[in-house]
Design a protein around this ligand. Structure first.
Ligand code: ADP
Ligand code: TRP
Length: 327
């Protein structure tokens, strides 16, 4: 049997280049390697921790599924489903009873989100990492591809797996994170901060029009000096842009530096803009078509949920038996 791999994303807005290079691109590569039994889902219950109107939420969910499919996730190779159509929350409750309050209070994402939206510090936001642990462990995977900002949550997942195994007998693997070569893409307007949906000003969205991409690249901050050279310590902004260039073109950093020897930031950024426009053109075209085929998209999710639930319910029954819940 192939090792199981699982990941998900929240339907909270259009994906940016950080989401793509740190996570989605890797989902597709890992799926296509044929080495894993893959599960990818839309974390719609997690998105309830943020305010959206129902219609807006529904659109974001469909948009994310269309994004998954257009980027190359293939329902013939991977199981794709919505979190809210599974039994993840039941395991979430069980894990709630095993998670110390203090451990959740330390979570960086909770602290950041509470600070940025102090009027909506809901219990779900606090409990977010426990549901994430349940999302993962219900399918007993060996690997979880994510960006760097999710490592703390994954550590909690591993701790919960270990705790459960010690108390009730071996039940879960302790899943390993899989990071890409761009685990933390920085903002285009401030290279000291992570590119994040919560700060749209620094984001390049993979759905941006060609003109928007060109404009955003033109305005992307650079460093002092004018050499196109990779040095994350002294040239944080330019290094971030070189990393984007390297991953999208497949060229080595050395080769890029050589190509731009004696040329300025302006030319490099113009070329990078064109590279991004070309790279995402087929994706954008495919996504537009998929968004018109909602019946197909929904069918993919129904089939995916059936498969996920077969596996999840089996695991849940094993867990409940071990805990003395089956009489
Ligand atoms: P955001 O922080 O923009 O709201 P999400 O929390 O929805 O993004 O993240 C979805 C996936 O993308 C996660 O696996 C996350 O680790 C990854 N990710 C988010 N931002 C970045 C980034 N700047 N660089 C690399 N990966 C990222
Ligand atoms: N917390 C993840 C994010 O913000 C989304 C997520 C929810 C997830 N459950 C997961 C990712 C399980 C990997 C595995 O992006």
């Amino acid at each position: 049997m192939k090792p199981v791999l699982i990941s998900g994303m929240q339907p909270t807005g259009h994906l940016h280049l950080g989401n793509y290079l740190g996570a989605l691109k890797n989902f597709v590569n890992l799926q296509n390697s044929g080495r894993y039994e893959c599960f990818f889902f839309v974390a719609d219950y997690h998105s309830l921790t943020e305010h959206f109107e129902p219609e807006e939420r529904r659109n974001y969910i469909l948009d994310l599924v269309a994004t998954y499919l257009a980027a190359g996730l293939d329902p013939k190779k991977s199981t794709l489903f919505l979190q809210s159509t599974t039994h993840n929350t039941e395991l979430g409750w069980i894990f709630n009873t095993m998670t110390p309050f203090g451990e959740l209070r330390r979570m960086t994402q909770f602290k950041d989100k509470s600070e940025s939206d102090p009027h909506n510090i809901n219990v779900g936001l606090f409990d977010y990492p426990v549901l994430m642990a349940a999302d993962i462990l219900l399918y007993n995977p060996s690997y979880v591809p994510v960006g760097e900002d999710q490592l703390q949550h994954l550590e909690l997942t591993r701790t919960l797996a270990r705790k459960f195994n010690t108390k009730f007998g071996k039940t879960f693997n302790e899943p390993q994170p899989l990071l890409t070569e761009v685990p933390r893409l920085m903002s285009l307007d401030d290279a000291a901060r992570k590119m994040s949906k919560s700060r749209p000003a620094g984001c390049l969205f993979i759905d941006d029009t060609p003109d928007m991409i060109r404009e955003k690249m033109k305005r992307a901050v650079t460093d002092s000096g004018k050499e196109v050279r990779y040095d994350p310590k002294t040239k944080q902004a330019v290094s971030n842009l070189i990393l984007i260039y390297a991953t999208l073109s497949g060229q080595s950093i050395k080769k890029i530096e050589k190509n731009y020897e004696g040329k300025g930031y302006g030319e490099f950024k113009r070329d990078l803009g064109e590279l991004i426009v070309k790279f995402f053109a087929p994706f954008q075209k495919k996504k537009k078509t998929l968004l018109k085929k909602q019946v197909l998209v929904k069918r993919v999710l129904t089939r995916g949920a059936q498969k996920a639930n077969k596996i999840g319910l089996q695991k849940l029954s094993e867990i409940k038996k071990k805990m003395g819940l089956v009489i």
